[in-house]
Design a protein around this ligand. Sequence first.
Ligand code: PLP
Length: 415
Amino acid sequence: MLTIFDQLESNVRYYCRRWPTVFTSARGPLITDEHGTDYLDFFAGAGVLNYGHNNPLFVDLAIEHLRSGKLLHSLDTFTEQKRDFLNAVHAHLLAPRQLDMVVQTVGPTGAMAVEAALQLAYRVTGKHGVVGFAGGYHGMSLAAASVSESMAPRPSVSHVGNFVALPFVEHLTDHDLTLLEETLRGTINGEGVGAIVIEPTQGEGGCRPFDPAYLAAVRTLATHYDVLVIADEIQAGVGRTGPFFSHEGTGLDPDIITVSKSISGLGLPMAINLVRTSLDAWRPGEFSGTFRGNNLAFATSAAMLTTYWQDDAFQKNTERQGAIVRDALTSLVEEFGPGRFKVQANGMLAGLNTFDTPIAEAISQAAFARQLIVEVCGRGDTIVKLLPTLIMTDDQLHDGLGRLHAAVADVMGAQ
Ligand SMILES: Cc1ncc(COP(=O)(O)O)c(C=O)c1O
């Protein structure tokens, strides 16, 4: 039977094809469809729901906000909620990390944060060239897609020029350093290089962290050649890998950090850039956007920061659960693909690289049949990608990993 979805929704629809059921409600790490079937969500809205579906803490706050007559939309005027949010950013993100940065509200999506970062880099350096990385993904606006190497095979993306992608660096070599230096010193289509855009741990590219030594070298060389470092923490940030930012402790020391997805805590559209204060060269109003003042999201974000980031307990728990996930994936490799499969992971951003598109796709489908939601990623979609919520119990985590094991056994048993 032709549904309203088939009839009216563009052919571009995607996730609904992977999980073809109608979802009706959700709580914590669970999502329920209209037949009453519960699914364990190891996708978490592509990293939007690190704090779970309908986290009661934020839901109660949002309901109170909505009933009270407080502002919802405010462009970038001053509001009580923005003040609370900025205070929370200062207290829980900037001050503890001794970051001298300002907050730019950029509109509701990650792509807008990347747009703003690229435009500011040009504003500061006067140089149009952008260096990115193989497997990098930064969003679907024209500029963000143009610096996303992983988008390159998509025929719909018209690339704006002045971009080169360097190889991903898992283990730093002298060759990587030489290539980086030559690229930063050189020109791209006649333009000097003004920005490096990097996901310190890649999400869509395959749940893979850059060698921290390379990230430190990026900082050093970028400073030398007057290039701004943009760390895209949209997917790997907000606690996904353990620390709030996936680059913490690496020496990357970015000039601009793009943050979105889970930043509202509740799953509301919100994005910000953190910008090194000395580089905040914007003229008033030079970068705009109607939806920069989502006060509901400011309120829930402030609650997320003050609840989960007042000490390191949440980070430690994510790192502990990340180790459980890594161990489970390592066992899967040993059992089903020794010498063939590979674990790629940082904290709770974890992947099983099967190096085989049909196998990865089949595992995702077999998992769905066992009421587990898992996505695939990486070039050619060869990697089974796990992004569990960060608020689940160990029992729920083990339950999901058990379902994944069964799904892999289903697929590999049939090979
Ligand atoms: C690392 C990264 N940057 C940017 C984006 C784009 O964010 P949005 O889809 O909100 O525009 C994404 C989305 O998946 C992402 O993973």
